[in-house]
Design a protein around this ligand. Structure first.
Ligand code: HEC
Length: 157
């Protein structure tokens, strides 16, 4: 067998082998009690934006595309989801201390204003998650209002 064929065959075997190493999926429908939606006022249109553009990485439930069944794509996605969720999980928002809630909402304003969120590798594939100027304004306006609604007493705690 020629060396190139050996290398190709080796690669193929590795590719097949890694298909069996699947990361845990972020699907937990029962864990939404702490959702921001149950906790503070989030108008329908803002909920719609959060769901289509943020929830895949910042909630307890990701909607997976078909290619999420393929390794190493799934590992890459899992990494993004875990990192995103760790920083900000809209399904656990109610359990954050008031100070943390305030800070996260401030970050929402900042990251959306700067166009850092939703991440560009995501909007490249999920075109519907790309926010229009109007959607950005709506989301930012809501986050500012939500911050203002957090009680001063709780924040000083
Ligand atoms: C493809 C996954 C993905 C999507 C979709 C996404 N994010 Fe993120 N987000 C991340 C990751 C990963 C991080 C952490 C790394 C970083 O800060 O760049 C993060 C960080 C953040 C942070 C910073 C939190 C902190 O305390 O540092 C905020 C705020 C945020 N995202 C808001 C949003 C909002 C709002 C949306 C929707 C408009 C969104 N994200 C969509 C993956 C995502």
């Amino acid at each position: 067998m020629r060396t190139t064929s050996k290398i190709l065959l080796g690669l193929l075997i590795v590719l097949i082998a890694i298909q069996f190493i699947k990361p845990t999926r972020n699907i937990n429908p029962q864990t939404q009690q702490g959702s921001i939606i149950n906790y503070m006022s989030v108008p329908e249109n803002v909920q719609g934006i959060l769901k289509k553009a943020c929830y895949d990485c910042h909630s307890n439930n990701t909607k997976y595309p078909w290619y999420a069944n393929i390794q190493p794509v799934a590992w890459y996605l899992a990494h993004h989801v875990n990192e995103g969720k760790e920083k900000l999980n809209f399904d656990e928002f109610a359990s954050y201390k008031a100070k943390k809630q305030d800070h996260k909402l401030e970050e929402v304003v900042e990251t959306v204003e700067k166009g850092e969120m939703p991440v560009s590798s995501y909007t490249f594939i999920h075109k519907e998650a790309k926010l229009s100027e109007q959607e950005k304004t709506l989301l930012i306006g809501w986050a500012k209002k939500a911050r203002a609604s957090l009680s001063v007493a709780a924040l000083n705690h």
